[in-house]
Design a protein around this ligand. Structure first.
Ligand code: GLN
Length: 544
């Protein structure tokens, strides 16, 4: 059989970081899908960490976990949310993984007699890796997002590999430059910084074919023509990438500028009829919905903005599917511990539902437990994610099952009632990195439970990242007191879900937010949003 032709699109960031390369890469992928092509997105990160697992999410943003347990950059979350596909760990390339591969090979005698060099050894490794993703994924297009900005020392060898590959692949490879146009005064867009950035890219032997412009103002004809002239592209290949109310709007916004026909044209392909109708309908539900809910996520806004993107996006997906706008407040529940006399009702009273997301360590835990107690007592919809499920169990143990001082041994090693304790297999773990319980695991759901109803199924596969679990020895006592354990691992050993009998309160040991996509919202978030809407309605009916 003839080998399938794989095409490659490389997205390079210029001038500054934070322009949204991940969103652009994901949007290009979603547009290509809408034209009937399959895509496989790769991200290269220049840091020398092997993966994101040991990075602080408050510094680097959320650690995203794939089905196969790979801990990777949060851009993978953006890809999956846009493409509605699960991506493999091999699509995440880091400086650490690359150097480790080359050094391991050298130690094994793989380069006997040679001095091992960035070019050709490291660059060959990069090209082989990318081509391999193309072959394995059988995708029509491999998208390569290069982390960082052109000119960084960290990604220079990777960009050199892309240059070589561009030469070898010819028409099958194309480069996109993402840039920023600033306006000194209204109506005066400045293209010179972008011209210089473009020159920097061409000095590396790479000619971008498409230029996407973020900017202070909409891209005008004048700026488009200047960029065309000085950057060697057609005016039709310069695109406006404006600031948008929702990131999901970018694919249709680019398509209105005939993006796919230009992009595919460069590959000698024609854009087919397929379109983004269903996608655009969901975007209008985000922008102009019928209902509104207020949700509190327990955590400080500044600290958690990027650390919990998947939770925020999962809420947006579930809300859009319910024709609802979700207002999210990152409520600092630690205030419940620190400010004497501050009642949970004062801090949380205005919310239709509350989420306690994942986390590590003991800081702020008591405030979260107070918030959970408030939800249980007042029947405010509650969703507990990983740590949020563990604390739900602790709260129930202390306040309902009369286990005074119950805790997780992560917070208190000497607690009289260790309702959450370290997983036995975790005790053997030495060192750091990729050693938690990671990736997608099957969970069997209890018939008649809230979880069962949310999934409309008797099992689910959600992604995990944790070291602690519910202590099976104390399960009977908790169940007797009324806590429902509605999900367990297939061998029955690990508790995966807990819920209350009254109201809508579900905790999961997994991170269902990691598998939520705009076109396929996470079932537990759907259940939560529906419960918020229901409670809101009941409250209003009571008033009248
Ligand atoms: N710290 C807890 C554990 O390791 C929860 C982890 C999480 O929320 N992801 O089990």
């Amino acid at each position: 059989m003839a080998e399938k032709t794989v095409r490659y699109i490389v997205v390079l960031g210029s001038l500054m970081s934070g322009l949204g390369k991940g969103i652009v890469t994901a949007s290009i992928g979603r547009i290509l899908q809408s034209k009937g092509y399959s895509v496989s997105p790769i991200k290269f990160d220049g840091y020398l960490n092997v993966d994101c697992g040991t990075m602080n999410p408050l510094r680097h943003g959320e650690v995203f976990v794939l089905d196969d347990g790979t801990e990777c950059d949060m851009d993978f979350g953006t890809y999956e949310r846009f493409l509605n596909e699960s991506i493999k760990g091999t699509n995440s390339i880091t400086g650490g993984k690359l150097f480790r591969k080359v050094i391991d090979k050298e130690r094994a005698g793989g380069y006997l007699g040679r001095d091992v060099q960035i070019v050709p050894h490291l660059t060959d490794e990069i090209k082989a890796w990318i081509r391999n993703v193309g072959t394995e994924s059988k995708a029509d297009f491999v998208l390569v997002e290069v982390g960082g900005t052109v000119g960084d020392l960290e990604n220079s060898y990777f960009i050199e590999a892309m240059r070589q590959m561009g030469r070898e692949e010819g028409e099958r490879m194309l480069f996109v430059q993402l840039t920023y146009l600033t306006a000194l005064s209204p109506g005066e867009l400045k293209t010179k910084p972008t011209q210089h950035a473009n020159r920097l890219i061409t000095s590396m032997g790479i000619q971008p074919k498409l230029i996407l412009c973020r900017g202070d103002e909409p891209l005008d004809k004048d700026a488009r023509e200047k960029l065309s002239l000085f950057c060697n592209v057609s005016p039709e290949d310069v695109f406006d990438d404006p600031s948008l109310e929702t990131i999901y709007e970018l694919p249709p916004v680019l398509e209105r500028q005939k993006f796919s026909s230009r992009l595919l044209g460069h590959f000698g392909l024609k854009a087919s009829e397929e379109d983004l109708k269903v996608w655009s309908a969901l975007v209008s539900k985000i922008k102009d919905p019928k209902n509104e809910i207020n949700v509190a996520i327990s955590g400080k806004y500044t600290a958690v903005k990027d650390a919990y993107v998947s939770v925020k996006e999962a809420l947006i997906h579930a809300a859009a599917a319910n024709n609802t706008r979700v207002h999210i407040d990152w409520v600092d529940t630690e205030r419940l511990e620190k400010e004497e006399g501050l009642k949970a009702a004062e801090l949380l009273g205005k919310y239709d539902g509350i989420i306690v997301p994942g986390g590590f360590g003991s800081r702020g835990v008591e405030g979260k437990i107070t918030a959970i107690k408030y939800c249980r007592e007042k029947q405010v919809p509650y969703l507990g994610l990983c740590l949020g499920m563990q604390l739900m169990t602790v709260e129930y143990a202390r306040n309902v099952a009369k286990m005074a001082g119950a805790n997780s041994t992560e917070m208190d090693e000497k607690t009289a009632y260790p309702v959450i304790h370290i997983m036995p297999e975790q005790l053997k773990v030495k060192g750091m990195g990729a050693n938690m319980r990671l990736g997608a695991w099957e969970c069997i759901l209890k018939k008649g439970s809230l979880a069962y109803a949310a999934y409309s199924a008797d099992k689910c596969f959600e992604r995990h990242r944790h070291r602690y679990e519910v202590n099976n020895e104390l399960v009977p006592k908790l169940e007797e007191a009324g806590l429902v354990f509605s999900g367990r691992s297939p061998d029955g050993r690990i508790v995966e879900m807990a819920e209350w009998k009254e109201g809508w309160g579900v905790g999961t040991q997994a991170h269902p937010e990691l598998k939520s996509r705009l076109e396929a919202p996470a079932p537990l978030f759907m259940g939560f949003v529906k419960a918020c809407l229901k409670r809101q309605k009941e409250k209003e009916e009571k008033k009248t």
